[in-house]
Design a protein around this ligand. Structure first.
Ligand code: CNA
Length: 296
């Protein structure tokens, strides 16, 4: 059984969709905590849903599906990561109606910070100011050589990821070849390989997370948690650290029953975002806005 993350009593004043919208309308310093569910409408699978990555990769030779994103495992067997990384490769330049909603929160001076667990960099595609979001698990925006640490634009390795090939660092390529020719079992097998700058299990979160999270928690007047199963620490602990009198709203396809929310909007986050925006009289800058709002 999951440990209950925030066992605080529910705030009684948010007992309807209208009141939830009212709270969003009044809030001025919102933390939005996002997960893979905010990007599934663009075809990027999440981890734990029925059709999520963990179910897609169940036949890979891994003891635990999380090993796909484990640093020791990557060093030993990078081919496994590169056989499946295309699944989470972000579409260039696109974003969802939910991301357009986030942008509106920023434009209207209500977004204190978006803490995203996502690695797809869609926040940047939506034009959100980099100071307003923290990619807690890094992103595909850049990639680094595992040996010489040279950092490049992440898009430069996208074609290798799409072709399920290993992206080798140009500077380390000759030395990699020499070592593997001498010893085909050479370890680490990640020598001289580029890896997207996404945080693997076993790696620390980016410095910006540590420098901002506690101050933001003490300043925020609303937490909106969206599209996450809240299973990955330390992000899952954020709900527990928010002061008890600060309202917490969940927008998610499935119930997250190991945390207490004052209001839960269960369903697709794009539709929820469009409904909320419509009630607030906001026009979301997204081609799907009219389509979704007309479908009710
Ligand atoms: P998860 O554990 O797979 O949970 C996703 C949650 O989103 C589930 O509770 C779903 O019910 C919900 N969900 C799915 N689709 C929607 C939707 N359209 N609207 C509303 N809710 C929806 O994934 P978490 O994010 O909780 O786990 C954290 C991991 C996932 C992080 O380390 C990420 O790096 C990793 N991840 C990121 C991406 C991405 O960047 N797009 C994709 C897959 C995994």
């Amino acid at each position: 059984a999951n440990k209950v993350l925030n066992s605080r009593p529910r705030l009684k004043e948010i007992d309807s969709f209208e009141k939830t919208v009212e709270i969003i309308d009044k809030a001025k310093k919102i933390i939005v905590l996002t997960g893979a569910g905010v990007s599934t409408s663009l075809g990027i699978p999440d981890f734990r849903s029925d059709k999520g990555i963990y179910s897609i990769i169940k036949d890979l030779p891994l003891d635990d599906p999380q090993d796909l994103f484990s640093l020791p495992y990557f060093r030993q067997d990078p081919e496994v990561f590169y056989s499946s990384a295309y699944l989470v490769l972000p579409p260039v330049g696109l974003y969802t109606p939910f991301h357009a909603f986030l942008k509106q929160l920023e434009v209207r001076g209500k977004l204190l910070r978006n803490y995203t667990q996502n690695i797809d960099n869609l926040e940047a595609n939506a034009g959100i100011d980099p100071s307003k979001f923290i990619q807690c698990h890094g992103s595909f925006a850049t990639a680094s050589c595992q040996t010489c640490k040279r950092r490049i634009d992440g898009k430069r390795i996208f074609k290798y990821i799409q072709n399920k090939e290993l992206p080798v660092c140009p500077k380390c390529s000759a030395e990699r070849k020499r070592r593997f020719e001498k010893n085909p079992d050479y370890q680490p097998r990640s020598f001289g390989l580029m890896k997207p700058d996404i945080t693997f299990f076993g790696e620390d979160l980016p410095e910006r997370y540590h420098t901002n999270i506690f101050k933001d928690i003490s300043e925020c007047d609303l937490l909106i948690t969206v599209g996450t199963s809240l299973k990955v620490s330390p992000i899952s602990d954020i709900v527990n650290k928010i002061p008890r009198d600060i309202p917490q709203i969940l927008i998610n396809k499935d119930l997250v029953d190991h945390a207490v929310f004052d209001s839960s909007i269960l369903g697709y986050c794009d539709q929820a975002a469009v409904c909320i925006a419509k009630r607030l009289g906001w026009n979301l800058d997204h081609s799907d806005f009219k389509k979704i709002s007309n479908s009710g």
